[in-house]
Ligand binder design. Structure first.
Ligand SMILES: [Zn+2]
Length: 233
């Protein structure tokens, strides 16, 4: 190993340590001397990236959204986004890692970064509207949704619909008119005392009874919903 001072083509100098055979080192030194230093290289890259058109890549995420089996698609903006940053933010995009589709998720390569928005795919209107909103940025739209993604999507949508149908078939207990309105921890103290928005409220015997019956019915209703969702999944 030896230490070398390199003068880059941008005029900046840098000390590097090189290994290997003498002639290989010479070649490396010559090559580096013809390049810009790393910080100038990065600055030039940022500049040329800013001039690039914006690319909007649409893909389907391999995992469902927070609400059961509702599929989620992602729009990732890459390329010359820097000068249009504020507009992109105003459209609800966040800077971060770009998730790949199902096949890309299985690879171990690191995920690139960009401006990302994740949207629930309930009908195709969500996709169309999200792309339309990007019109002022004039992006190149790349559809990265693969045939197997669509298969997955259809499966998930069918499962979601089946679950919702099964859940809606379970009768939902009716909330009694005397049910407290406001912030309440759901607890009845001493058989009749409750606290709503921090204030003590006294229930009469019939109302306390009706609330208890409703709470019990709600608990079994929720249990039944979970069970039926699991059965359909
Ligand atoms: Zn430089």
């Amino acid at each position: 190993m030896a230490k070398y001072d390199i003068i880059h083509s941008c005029g900046h100098s840098r000390t590097v340590f090189l290994y290997g055979k003498h002639n290989e080192r010479e070649r490396k030194i010559e090559w580096m001397a013809n390049q810009d230093c790393p910080s100038c290289w990065a600055a030039k890259k940022r500049e040329s990236d800013a001039l690039k058109p914006i690319t909007a890549t649409i893909s389907l995420l391999p995992f469902p959204g927070a609400r059961g089996h509702v599929p989620v698609f992602q729009i990732a903006l890459t390329g010359g986004t820097e000068p249009r940053k504020e507009e992109i933010k105003a459209l609800g995009y966040k800077w971060g890692g770009i998730c790949g589709n199902f096949m890309e998720m299985l690879s171990f390569s690191s995920h690139p970064k960009g401006w990302v928005r994740k949207i629930e795919w309930i009908t195709d209107d969500e996709v169309t509207a999200s792309i339309k909103a990007l019109a002022p940025l004039n992006p190149k739209v790349v559809n990265n949704i693969k045939p197997w993604d669509v298969v997955l999507l259809k499966q998930r949508q069918a499962m979601h619909q089946a679950q919702e149908a099964a859940v809606s078939a379970i009768p939902k207990p009716e909330r009694p008119a005397c049910y407290p309105v406001g912030r309440w921890n759901g607890k009845i103290y001493g058989g009749f005392r409750i606290y709503v928005d921090g204030e003590e409220v006294q229930l009469n015997r019939a109302d306390a009874q009706a609330i208890l019956v409703y709470q019990t019915a709600m608990a079994s209703y929720k249990e039944a919903c979970v069970k039926v969702r699991e059965q359909v999944a």
